[in-house]
Design a protein around this ligand. Structure first.
Ligand code: ADP
Length: 256
């Protein structure tokens, strides 16, 4: 449609590890405000695609554009600074630190090198302190984390730790948020909460989201479109409901 501009475009992205081709000519496009699902059996290449986008393992061939900038091969911290934030499959919070300090950590992509030179100094750097606090308070509000803000993260229930991780990613003020199995290990109630918070965050912060998720009920509920990977190849891309009933897709899942 007129004025449409993709936020992220991966064009024929391939990546090998030794003799193994983990990604084969994968192309996807994520629009503004879109929640785009990425599904497929274990080992199908989902994390490899995310690693290609975020600069951890650049593609061998193909191009990746984020808001018109070519980012294939750009270093991870630069990609983060451009506005792509990511959460990980396993909770990766800083133990011994409070939820609040963990969330403040997400701000580091906007810190000046001088502040970064001294570890943790930036947290208290007067100049950025006020803006950081205000922005972080908004996120704490949005994700309803008031009650755990001063708790050491390891004391917080797992479902809520995932929410602290989401908050930390949002603190970086991304335009594209990549969520790697945000519902892993959650019970039904925690999943429903997480779905709501993801939708709220998209709305409030004007985000596009790439969602890797094994809970297919969640994918069909919140993704506009979905790509299905199998053996490093995109075997289907469709409106979420249709892709999930594709016989080839069903076979790929049952095959594992
Ligand atoms: P998924 O996220 O869908 O489970 P991955 O992208 O993690 O799949 O893995 C795709 C394939 O690439 C797997 O065979 C995996 O072993 C391989 N792979 C992924 N990352 C690496 C790496 N850093 N080194 C070697 N092989 C890798």
């Amino acid at each position: 449609s007129a004025g449409y501009k993709a936020v992220l475009t991966c064009d024929n992205v391939s990546r090998s590890f030794g003799g193994l081709q983990a990604l084969k000519n994968v192309s996807i496009e994520i629009g503004p405000g879109e929640i785009y699902g990425l599904v497929g059996p274990n080992g199908s290449g989902k994390t490899t695609l995310v690693n290609a986008i975020t600069g951890f393992y650049p593609p061998n061939t193909g191009s990746i554009h984020f808001r018109d900038k070519q980012i294939a091969g750009v270093k991870p911290h630069k990609v983060a600074g451009l506005g792509i934030a990511r959460t990980f499959q396993n909770v990766a919070l800083f133990k011994g630190m409070s939820a609040l300090d963990n969330i403040l950590m997400g701000r580091h992509v906007h810190m000046k090198p001088r502040a970064l030179a001294s570890l943790f100094y930036w947290v208290w750097a007067e100049k950025d302190e006020v803006a950081n606090r205000r922005q972080v308070e908004e996120i704490i509000d949005l994700l309803q984390l008031e009650s755990v803000r001063h708790e050491p993260v390891e004391m917080i229930p797992l479902g809520m730790q995932k929410r602290v991780e989401l908050a930390r990613a949002l603190a970086a003020e991304p335009r594209l948020l990549i969520l790697d199995e945000p519902m892993a290990g959650m019970n039904q109630e925690e999943k429903e909460y997480m779905v709501r918070f993801i939708l709220d965050a998209r709305e409030a912060l004007n985000l596009s989201i790439l969602l890797i998720e094994h809970h297919l009920d969640v994918v069909t509920a919140i993704c506009e479109r979905v790509a299905v990977l199998n053996n490093g190849e995109k075997i289907a891309e469709d409106a979420a409901k249709d892709a999930m009933s594709d016989p080839e897709v069903v076979a790929a899942y049952i095959g594992k």
